[in-house]
Design a protein around this ligand. Structure first.
Ligand SMILES: [Zn+2]
Length: 271
């Protein structure tokens, strides 16, 4: 099952303001300008042309901001213009900056687990290896310390991921065997994998691979992925007979599929 994710890119080259032209020679000059937008320094590529351009245009493409301007436009004028358009620029850089922050891996921070929200309790220990243990809704993570803050976060993250993966190895094959019984399709084997772009796959040899991050979703969404891959044991395509088979096994699959596509991108990108 391929992930349907597709990042929306900002439109290019929208014209936002006018500045009078001065020259007509066909020359271009590129430079860089750093402006502070809402307290964050932003490097902007400025292309001045000595042609017939009369206006300034601002384009945002991914993380890059580019300004086209007449040769006569000064850096100060362009900085002013960029500052006036800060909201517009930020909205277009938003595909990056508006993405939800990864969960704060600090005590009292919350992390998802099979539709539950667990509260982290992070403790330092003198020696030993990082470890994680679940007590009710508290996930206690112990890491050797003291270490610099950044390294500490990375150790906590690694301990958390190791715990998730162990839970995925325990839970997901069980889910597969439950739905094998329902569907009548049995995979040759089930492997738990670390994948950024897909939730699962089904190989021609009957191996089903599942992303450990399914453990971050509600069980019914993970179950949909399991059923999707089991149905591929019967049909190795996404034509109508495949979807009929998914519906036979899981009549409400469409709602689960829709929900997964809503929350999925964020979870695939997390941790
Ligand atoms: Zn598929």
């Amino acid at each position: 099952m391929a992930n349907d994710a597709g990042g929306a890119h900002a439109p290019n080259g929208r014209r936002v303001s006018g500045v009078p032209r001065l020259r007509t020679a066909r020359r271009e000059k590129a430079s860089h300008l750093t402006v502070e937008l809402a307290g964050v320094p932003l490097s902007v590529t400025v292309i001045r042309s000595a042609g017939r351009r009369k206006t300034v245009s601002i384009a945002v493409d991914g993380d890059a901001v580019r300004v086209r301007a007449p040769m006569a436009a000064t850096d100060a004028e362009l900085s002013n213009l960029l500052c006036r358009r800060v909201g517009w620029i930020q909205a277009r850089l938003g595909a990056r900056s508006a993405r939800p922050e990864p969960p704060a891996l600090v005590s009292a921070g919350r992390v998802p687990y099979l539709g539950r929200s667990l509260t982290l309790v992070i403790e330092a220990c003198r020696t030993g290896r990082p470890a994680a243990q679940l007590h009710g809704d508290l996930l206690r993570i112990t890491v050797p310390g003291p270490t610099p803050a950044e390294e500490h976060q990375e150790r906590v993250r690694r301990a958390l991921v190791a715990w998730y993966r162990a839970r995925a190895i325990a839970e997901l094959p069980r889910m597969v065997s439950d739905w094998s019984a329902v569907s009548g399709h049995t995979p040759a084997r089930v492997l738990i994998r670390d994948q950024r772009r897909r939730w699962g796959s089904c190989a021609p040899d009957g191996t089903i691979r599942l992303n450990w991050r399914l453990i971050l979703t509600e069980p019914r969404l993970a179950q949909y992925v399991v059923v999707h891959e089991l149905a591929h044991l019967r049909h190795r395509h996404h034509q109508p007979p495949f979807w009929e088979e998914v519906a036979r096994i899981m009549p409400d699959y469409q709602e689960r599929r829709r929900l997964l596509s809503k929350v999925g991108h964020e979870l695939l990108a997390s941790l």
